[in-house]
Design a protein around this ligand. Sequence first.
Ligand code: AQP
Length: 334
Amino acid sequence: MARIFSGIQPTGIATLGNYLGAIRNWVALQDSDDECVFCLVDLHAITVFQDPAALREQTRQMAAVLLACGIDPARSILFHQSAVSAHARLAWIFNCVSRIGWLNRMTQFKDKAGKDREAVSTGLYVYPNLMAADIHAYHATKVPVGDDQLQHLELANDIAEKFNHDFSTAFFPRIEPLVLKESARVMSLRDGAKKMSKSDPSDQSRINLTDGADMIAAKIRRAKTDPEPLPEHVHDLSERPEARNLIGIYAAITGQKPHEVLHHFAGSGFGPFKEKLADALIAHLEPIGAKTREYLADPTSLDHILQAGARRAAAIAEPIVVEAERLVGFLPRG
Ligand code: AQP
């Protein structure tokens, strides 16, 4: 049995992108023989300023969405990162193992910092060191990620290798990325070149998992497209990012391949296709939205689920991080 670790930032309401790219796969992984550790990474979230009341609300919301999607706290460990101090302690050690040159190569930092590099938080810069700590604190060896995260996993392996070398140990194992074939990359509904993101300033750019039927239908109706009818072949979508995105969403949500979807809709305009797409999304997402609202109606129970998860998480991570602290040369905590 291996251990799987994955995290999601409570930086807003989970989107269709988070669902198709991550959450849906997490739910399926619960049926494997591996132990699943799923974390609401609130320490990562504050690398960009979060209003404190909103952060609390978003963390409960994310927990509610994950439970509504089928994450089962009896089978998996579900908790909020800040509740397990092992993450921050190991991250500090890794800050001292990781090299500035390595972090300078991280493309996600360059994307997120944009032109304003001097003004972003130092937390955003060392974010990949914390991500490495998240995984290594559990000796997790399998990490489901999208291809945009592969660079961070390589860094996590580099950090572990340097730690093992510096302290003459084989304590931290290698991590294997679990790149799931089915996982779809969902793009913004307003711009097919940008990924759908929960913190995008435009709510019209994304489907939130809690959007009601009317909202989903309206967002899909307004989604950016082009004037051409849908083509017969997938390769004809290569220069049409918005069309490709909507076909990809329809395929992912109905369990088909894009070429099967095109086979059905080739020659059709976007009007009738968008109607079918909205229907499919509503049928899939409405039950998730309803269950999410049920969980959110009882925030105390949600907190208890996360706190119980944090106790289980700490039981695994604490001895691992205590051993890392010993290897570094810290005196026992007593
Ligand atoms: N558009 C997407 N398509 C497919 N997968 C996606 N993921 C995020 N957006 C898409 C996957 O969701 C998981 C959790 O992501 P995260 O919350 O840790 O951070 P993120 O990737 O930065 O997601 P967002 O929604 O864009 O958050 P913000 O707006 O806060 O930056 C990851 O596995 C990610 O690949």
